[in-house]
Design a binder for this molecule. Structure first.
Ligand code: SF4
Ligand code: SF4
Length: 290
């Protein structure tokens, strides 16, 4: 069994200012950042001690890759024999020289383009650098109406082998016209899946068994969307809490959740690229993303 961990430490700050985001331009004190670093280093040490395969996706509140300790954590994790993948969600604003210290076969980036916070040219230059450095990655955008032309332009300029996912903006009901849905589906064939809140109560979901959400203090929850803790990774008998369990929520509308909802069959569709959001079909038909 491989245990996939969605780690979200106390970090909650960002260098960007996206209008819809509570972490926009939020800063933290030196003490808060030091606490985040301590939590992360403890987690990396824990991962090193596992006797079974581990995959990690960092899903920070805000931007973490501008912090050296996340770069160091990815280097350390990818060089551990028992770690099969270490990935992170990022706005790709950081320098990329730290990737030289990583085992690239295990490193992956989930890169989100934020029009207005950086230029397409600058973002694409970072994507090209990832390709040159041999780093696997996906690219994504939030499908805001104001950004539709920019999303199409990004798709046109990205190498075809790079998957571009589009997250649906679901805060406003009926946000998209059918024409917009068609246009976004032409860019991301999985857009209709993301544009749906999937009925999930009582359904089998891998979270809580082979996938867990972990907080900075080690608290384990089945996923980021169910608050009830199931254990703590720093307890000696932590693994005993891992077992199949049905979803308690009415719906699941976020990719990092529903991708593990078994009736949707998405784990099979993403295969080994599930943490960094790179579908298997794209790999098979279009080659590696890096
Ligand atoms: S880059 Fe991400 S975390 Fe930062 S403000 Fe934008 S949406 Fe929020
Ligand atoms: S379906 Fe979504 S909300 Fe339900 S347990 Fe799975 S990840 Fe969590």
């Amino acid at each position: 069994m491989t245990l996939s961990i969605l780690y979200r430490g106390p970090l909650s700050s960002c260098n960007y200012a996206c209008g819809y985001c509570p972490f926009a331009k939020r800063t933290e004190t030196a003490a808060e950042l030091a606490h985040d670093r301590d939590c992360l280093e403890r987690f990396v040490g824990w991962a090193d001690g596992r006797a079974y395969p581990v995959g990690v996706l960092f899903t920070p509140w805000g931007e973490a890759l501008v912090r050296r300790w996340y770069q160091d954590a990815l280097a350390a994790l990818t060089n551990m024999p028992n770690v099969v993948k270490a990935a992170i969600q990022t706005n790709l604003s950081c320098k990329l020289d730290w990737t030289d210290g990583c085992d690239k076969a295990k490193l992956a980036l989930w890169c989100t383009y934020h029009p207005g916070e950086t230029t397409r040219e600058r973002f694409l230059a970072k994507c090209r650098e990832l390709i040159e450095r041999g780093v696997r990655f996906s690219v994504g955008v939030v499908g805001l109406k104001d950004h539709l032309a920019e999303i199409a332009a990004l798709r046109a300029e990205l190498p075809p082998a790079v998957y571009l996912w589009v997250n649906a903006y679901k805060r406003e009901p009926d946000y998209y016209t059918p024409q917009m849905v068609d246009a976004l589906t032409a860019i991301d064939p999985l857009f209709p899946v993301n544009n749906t809140r999937h009925p999930s109560r009582g359904q089998p979901c891998r979270t809580g068994h082979t996938v867990v959400s972990v907080a900075g203090d080690g608290t384990a929850r089945r996923c980021h969307f169910v608050d009830t803790p199931i254990g703590n990774i720093y307890d000696a008998d932590f693994e005993s809490c891992l077992m199949p369990r049905p979803c308690p929520n009415a719906t699941c509308g976020c990719h990092i959740g529903y991708v593990h909802l078994q009736p949707l069959g998405l784990s099979e569709r993403f295969g080994a690229g599930v943490l960094e959001r790179v579908p298997l079909a794209r790999r098979a038909s279009e080659g590696p993303t890096s």
